[in-house]
Design a protein around this ligand. Structure first.
Ligand code: NAD
Length: 408
């Protein structure tokens, strides 16, 4: 029985493994780090110690707490004894075979009640559990980057996960200071499923030439209170990662039109303009860098009276902030697309409304959850705007979800 040993083994000591290790060790756990590449483990431990030192300098941790944490952080003895291991978290490359190959050799050495957690962003937890022959003990614990700062952990039960294992994973994440949203084992879980239109609709507005990138970002920040505009955020995430996630979720859900990839964004990724990390994306980040690789014919906003009235009503209910017609259109169109996507995710059984709101607020820092917004605006008002928008597009992507239909 390892329940209560408070020892976690982390497989993969890259960005996420190191971040999760820092979270666990500061919460008082014994942490054993490992990686296929030995030098990575050393670098991860050195990086965590540096961060703990910085927390001491800022007065957020005492020197004694830091020393204590440092003592509890170690390289996993390999192959070692796992008799004390209460939980394994894998954070290796996002590839099914790699994950199974990383976990398989230690599974038989683990205590029978150990939690086997995967930090996968997109793979099925049920499949990973089956792949390692321990579906009952396998659970998703999806941390966000940077793990020590981002509050959210999505906890995902596979079809055969023992509910007691899921409950323990939730309790552990909470004891580590995290906020948990429970999600079904479906593509993108909650955040990577629901947040997609924030990026995609912004790219479509850019493609249509209705506004330049900075005006699109400003509309969301100024009218919606979003901390970061959608296009700036994709440059931070990386156009490479953001487009791959879109493609995966789009294909896995049977190509719903609201999630159709943006040709402009895919071109940025294909041309290597990933954003901040390459110095150029939607925006240019180096003073001598060429301007962003976006050539779009500017086009004035021209919408019918019906759409204009539905938009005015929606935006007036959504925000007290004032803006131009174009700003209000951008904000309204993107926000209603997120609300529609949240309603569709709920209808698909991804998560309860409360968990969807929690996930978006703490996984992407939205000022409000989509259902909080829908409640404030009125579901039918959202539905009326979607219907009006749908009348002006060819792909039916603004079709009104059942939840937002009149009389729902
Ligand atoms: N980076 C993010 O923003 C983010 C956010 C949430 C979840 N994730 C998920 O977390 C996981 C890790 O992502 P990351 O960004 O930390 O990647 P990373 O490339 O920084 O780290 C992965 C590490 O796994 C190691 N590794 C590969 N095969 C291994 C094996 N067989 N055994 C042990 N170690 C092995 C690599 O050497 C590398 O150090 C992925 O599943 C990813 O989808 C990433």
């Amino acid at each position: 029985m390892t329940h209560g040993s408070h020892t976690v083994t982390i497989l993969g000591s890259g960005t996420m493994g190191a971040g999760i290790a820092q979270v666990a060790v500061t919460a008082g756990w014994e942490v054993e780090l490992s990686d296929i590449n030995e030098a990575t483990v050393g670098a991860a431990i050195a990086g965590i110690l540096k961060k703990l030192n910085r927390l001491v300098e800022k007065g957020r941790l005492t020197a004694a707490q830091r020393d204590d944490a440092a003592r509890r952080l170690r390289v996993a003895a390999w192959p070692g004894s796992f008799t004390e291991c209460e939980m394994v978290i894998e954070a290796v490359f996002e590839d099914f075979q790699t994950k199974v190959e990383a976990l398989a050799p230690i599974v038989s050495a683990l205590p029978s009640d150990a939690i086997i957690a995967s930090n996968t962003s997109s793979l099925s937890i049920g499949r990973i559990g089956e792949g390692i022959g321990r579906p009952g003990c396998t659970v998703g614990m999806h941390f966000f980057n940077p793990a020590p700062l981002m509050k959210l952990v999505e906890v995902i039960a596979g079809s055969d996960t023992d509910p007691a294992i899921t409950d323990r994973a939730v309790a552990i994440a909470e004891s580590w200071g995290k906020i948990v949203a429970r999600a079904a084992d479906m593509p993108g879980f909650i955040v990577n499923h629901v947040a997609r239109p924030y990026y995609l609709e912004a790219f479509r507005i850019l493609e249509e030439g209705l506004a330049p990138a900075d005006a699109i970002d400003a509309a969301l920040c100024d009218l919606g209170g979003f901390r970061m505009g959608p296009l700036t955020l994709t440059d931070l995430i990386g156009q490479d990662i953001n487009t791959v996630t879109t493609r995966q979720v789009f294909e896995a859900l049977g190509r719903p039109p609201l999630l159709a990839p943006s040709p402009l964004q895919e071109k940025l990724a294909a041309d290597g303009h990933f954003g901040r990390k390459t110095g150029r994306g939607v925006y240019a980040y180096e003073t001598d860098a060429a301007p962003p690789a976006i050539e779009v014919e500017p086009k004035p906003l021209a919408i019918g009276a019906g759409l204009s009235a539905a938009m005015d009503d929606f935006v007036a209910r959504a925000t007290d902030a004032t803006g131009s017609d174009l700003q209000r259109y951008i904000f309204g169109r993107i926000l209603v697309a997120i609300i529609a996507q949240a309603a569709l995710a709920y209808e698909r059984g991804v998560a309860p409304k409360k968990d969807i709101d929690t996930a978006l607020k703490h996984g992407t820092n939205y000022p409000k959850g989509p259902f909080e917004w829908a409640g404030q605006i009125g579901p039918q008002c959202c539905g009326r705007l979607l219907e009006a928008l749908n009348g002006e597009v060819r792909d039916n992507r603004f079709a009104v979800p059942g939840l937002l239909k009149a009389g729902a």
